[in-house]
Design a protein. Structure first.
Length: 409
């Protein structure tokens, strides 16, 4: 090869790579902040996409039993949830009995007669992962023994039982420092050698988005969700109240560490199916953990169609890991966007009002040029429209959403 030809080839490569870099830059919405994914900031390498599963609390509260967990694991396999990605079955509060004479935690023998190890084995045999709940204080929120002073002992017990996921709550913690308390449990888990996803649950009181990434995999950003569209009642919050608190925290989410706006209420009966579609779509836009909280053994067709919507789940699970955000707020009418790994965007039109409304979005609002042609796929109806220029609008039902994926073509 002649020198001149080699130089020409080199120049060509450089030009190509700078064009490529420019193209890649365009893939990321210039209006959004990149996810916090610096090397070494993930706690344990788990949850590179938001965790998916089921948790007993929203439906069963303190009445959870081993039978409930077995039936749920069976149902998750039979009804397609496992295939759709719901991998963790988590027992929330109230599984605990007393500590034994050496301080080891035991299970409530009436509700969990076979013990937790046998239950974890059952869940694992179904190809699912198994999660459990404890608390950084002396007592859990349900008044059972907490882990304070027993962190290493409890982590060891969980590892022996085969636990894959720990939700760690914040009741009865007094003046404990939250970061220190969660770091202690994170270290205790690491010392067992068993990988366990750590779900930080201190309700956003101590700004866990600022320190949670190096300690755990997700952190609650608010108080508990209530099965209602909106309206806080004492400690609990309506679904839309949670959205308003969780949305501004989008810069803090990324692979391995997610904002957690609490578990899903889809199917629990307090909202309409339209509202539940909005709830599920918003959680997907916010890259939230998708932890179902309904009776998955007895759900109706509409609930099933929501929880199993593969397109919406794919948005939630997108590997770029950027949390979507509100790009326009016209009071009752909002436009949200989330950049996806393949260069497309998930876009949500949200109608918070009580009458149907036409909501429009133009491409510059979501980081594209007006002239860009695209395919716009409606993720709830499954229909695709080919657009030659950058404006899309749709009628959005009250308390509802239209959610689309915009792919440049
Ligand atoms: C707290 C948590 C809930 C649930 C209950 C259990 O309120 O935020 O998610 O775990 O405790 O008592």
């Amino acid at each position: 090869m002649s020198r001149r030809f080699a130089r020409l080839l080199l120049a060509l490569c450089a030009a190509m790579s700078s064009t490529l870099a420019a193209a890649q830059d365009q893939l990321v919405d210039p209006n959004t902040v990149r996810p916090s994914r610096e090397a070494g900031r993930t706690a344990n390498g788990l949850a590179m996409t938001p965790p998916m599963g089921w948790n007993s609390w929203n439906k069963h509260g303190c009445k959870v039993t081993e039978q409930v967990i077995r039936d749920t694991a069976d149902a998750i396999v039979a009804n397609g949830m496992k295939a759709a990605g719901y991998g963790y079955v988590v027992i929330d509060d109230c599984w605990h009995g007393d500590r034994d004479k050496d301080g080891f935690i035991t299970a409530d023998a009436t509700k969990f007669p076979s013990g937790i190890k046998a239950l974890a084995d059952y869940v694992h045999a179904k190809g699912l992962k198994f999660g459990i709940y404890s608390d950084a204080g002396r007592k859990t929120c349900g008044g059972r023994p907490g882990s304070q002073g027993h962190e290493y002992q409890d982590a060891l017990t969980y590892a022996r039982w085969g636990v894959d996921y720990l939700k760690y709550d914040w009741c009865s913690t007094g003046v404990r420092n939250a970061e220190e308390a969660y770091a202690l449990m994170s270290d205790a888990i690491r010392a067992t050698g068993r990988p366990m996803l750590l779900s930080i649950c201190e309700w956003g009181n101590n700004r866990p988005w600022e320190w949670g990434a190096k300690i755990g995999n997700m952190w609650r950003t608010t108080g508990d969700i209530r099965d209602a569209w909106a309206g806080p009642v004492t400690y609990s919050l309506g679904m839309m109240d949670i959205v308003d608190k969780n949305e501004p925290l989008y810069p803090f989410a990324g692979p391995g560490h997610w904002n957690d706006p609490d578990m899903l209420e889809v199917g629990n009966g307090g909202m309409t199916d339209t509202e539940y579609r909005a709830h599920f779509s918003l959680w997907a836009m916010m890259a939230a953990p998708l932890i179902a909280g309904n009776d998955v053994a007895k759900m109706d067709g509409a609930t099933r169609a929501i929880l199993l919507n593969k397109d919406v789940i794919a948005v939630d699970q997108d590997t770029l890991g950027m949390q979507g955000r509100r790009v326009r707020d016209d009071g009752d009418h909002e436009v949200w966007a989330r950049p996806l790994a393949d260069g497309s965007r998930a876009v949500l039109l949200l109608n918070r009002g009580t009458t149907p409304a036409e909501i429009a979005v133009s491409w510059p609002e979501i980081g594209y040029t007006m002239a860009m042609a695209s395919d716009v796929r409606d993720l709830w109806s499954g229909t695709t429209r080919r657009l030659r220029e950058g404006r899309f609008s749709a009628m959005v039902p009250p308390h509802g959403v239209v959610m689309v994926k915009v792919t440049p073509n």
